[in-house]
Design a protein around this ligand. Structure first.
Ligand code: BES
Ligand code: MN
Ligand code: ZN
Length: 500
């Protein structure tokens, strides 16, 4: 898809999109379009339910001789509520509908409504971002009806009085979109293709952007004593991997890095504590945390963020076999702590335990945030609207909450505490990997992770089991099963609080 920012006088190609706030109050460009159409919009409004609410639209055919094919009046909602997120959702919905209708070109001609908290250049960039995120497709495995599934809109022009500002800030936004697309691709890939080694191979490609990528195999991990991670992968024919990605963008500064750790279970069958057929479907996406971390590092590198950042992902396949880990096994983690594995399906926390220890001991990071499709219970608590946030650091938690809100990836903080920690006491080892009840399942998992957080280390855990992929209604900005959730949040957190 071709995106361009052009001056408002430019020729309007394809669908000409103009706006109205609630009332409806037509913005200046909408009035110009109405005049160009000989008052067709005003006439159509008389017999329409269009009030300018967000999500509404009204379409009229462009008059003969016009450069545009049609004029679409879209609702912006209340001016005071029209922000970057609203603009993105609007443009995503518009281009999504027009793509389905077979339109090939779209021209956004939307003024900043009076009272909105947006500069013209920023509005233009958000309109472009909404279109860009909506244009994502994953058609790699189709051999037929490919054209029907392609995104039809091939060119999007955004008219803006501040095209220079939009062109200046767009590359950074585009870098984030690319990071999200990488994360979506990884989540959408089937598990026969995306093995731990294949994932590692794809992560290595970030070296083209200046990221230092190291891959540890089972031999190296054994030397490091990563018995928890290795135990999860030992039933699989495929080798487990730990991928370490470093983006050193804080030039000339010995700055402690920020660290992201991702759960990368390329397929979660449950292991010997086997899932049901139903429960196993979608478990190719159990590497969504690792995908988000990889996508975030890609975004930071592509926009040359002035930060030192590391991404560490534990990649395994959780399979049942004669060599698989058993319920009742006791494993020793890299931290030295022992774990009684009572359920091989509570494997994500085992992978993260060693990845967390490795990350903290190797990099002494300013903070560490782990992302994981960790528990089904987080969906019981929060559904698919919010990811679960757990943290030992209020300041970090507040920053994550703010970043998530700003980019439309909201999180909701849940508690930790000694009472919950008791739930994972083991009869024979330092801890067990399940509680034995269904109470507070997501918190118990977070408490488990907290046991691997070292002294004075700021840490947060994001349980993204409800947000990494979508089985129900699709989000306007995420048209595929894999959402790419978390890339934007992490990028924003860095941009807002840890750069420069
Ligand atoms: N990957 C799953 C969590 C999950 C479940 C993510 C459903 C998305 C949708 C995780 O490894 C798991 O199996 N967790 C168990 C934990 C239980 C055995 C304590 C769960 O949630 O049932
Ligand atoms: Mn599991
Ligand atoms: Zn899992």
């Amino acid at each position: 898809m071709l995106l361009s920012f052009v001056a408002p006088q430019a020729v309007k190609a394809g669908a000409w999109i103009v706006g109205a706030t609630e009332g409806p109050v037509l913005l200046a460009a909408a009035n110009r379009a109405d005049a160009a159409a000989g008052g067709a919009i005003a006439r159509a409004l008389k017999t329409s339910r269009f009030t300018g609410k967000a999500g509404q639209s009204l379409e009229v055919l462009a008059p003969a001789g016009a450069s545009a094919s049609r004029i679409v009046l879209v609702g912006l909602g209340k001016a005071s509520e029209f922000d970057g997120n609203a603009a993105e959702n609007l443009s995503a919905n518009v281009v999504g509908a027009l793509s389905k209708a077979g339109e090939g070109a779209v021209t956004f001609d939307i003024d900043v409504p009076k009272g909105a908290k947006l500069k013209p250049g920023a509005l233009a960039v958000h309109l472009a971002m909404g279109a860009r995120l909506r244009s994502y497709t994953f058609n790699r495995y189709r051999t037929r009806e490919v054209a029907e599934h392609e995104f039809h809109v091939k060119s999007v022009s955004v008219l803006t009085p501040d095209a220079p500002a939009a062109r200046r800030t767009w590359p950074a936004m585009d870098a984030v979109a690319e990071g999200m697309f990488l994360a979506r691709d990884l989540v959408n890939e089937p598990p026969n293709v995306l093995s731990p080694q294949e994932f590692a191979t794809r992560a290595k490609q970030l070296s083209k952007l200046g990221v230092k990528v190291e891959v540890l195999g089972e031999k190296e991990m054994k030397k490091l004593g990563m018995g928890a991670l290795l135990g999860v992968g030992q039933g699989s024919e495929r080798e487990s991997q730990l991928v370490v990605m470093q983006w050193n963008g804080a030039r000339g500064k010995a700055q402690a890095p920020v660290a992201f750790v991702g759960k990368g279970v390329c397929f979660d069958s449950g292991g010997l504590s086997l899932k049901t057929g139903q429960g196993m479907m979608g478990m190719k996406g159990d590497m969504g945390g690792a995908a988000a971390v990889t996508g975030a590092i890609r975004a930071l590198a592509a926009r040359r963020a002035k930060v030192n950042a590391v991404g560490v992902i534990g990649l395994v396949e959780n399979m049942p076999s004669g060599t698989a880990q058993r319920p009742d096994d006791v494993v020793t983690s890299m931290s030295g702590q022992t774990i009684e594995v009572l359920n091989t399906d509570a494997e994500g926390r085992l992978v993260l335990a060693d990845a967390l220890t490795y990350t903290q001991r190797t990099f002494k990071p300013a903070f560490v945030i782990d992302l994981a499709t960790l528990t089904g219970a987080i969906m019981v608590a929060l559904g698919t609207e919010n990811a679960g946030l757990f943290s030992n650091d209020d300041k970090l938690a507040r920053r994550i909450e703010a970043a998530g809100k700003a980019v439309g990836e909201p999180v909701w903080r849940l508690p930790l505490g000694a009472g919950y920690d008791k739930m994972i006491r083991s009869k024979i080892a330092d801890m067990k990997n399940i509680t034995g009840t269904t109470n507070a399942g997501s918190i118990a998992a977070a408490q488990f992770l907290k046991r691997f957080v070292e002294k004075d280390q700021a840490w947060a855990h994001l349980d993204i089991a409800g947000t990494a992929w979508q089985d129900g209604e699709q989000k306007s900005l995420a048209p595929s099963w894999g959402v790419g959730w978390g890339v934007r949040l992490l990028d924003r957190l860095v941009a807002e609080d840890y750069e420069g």
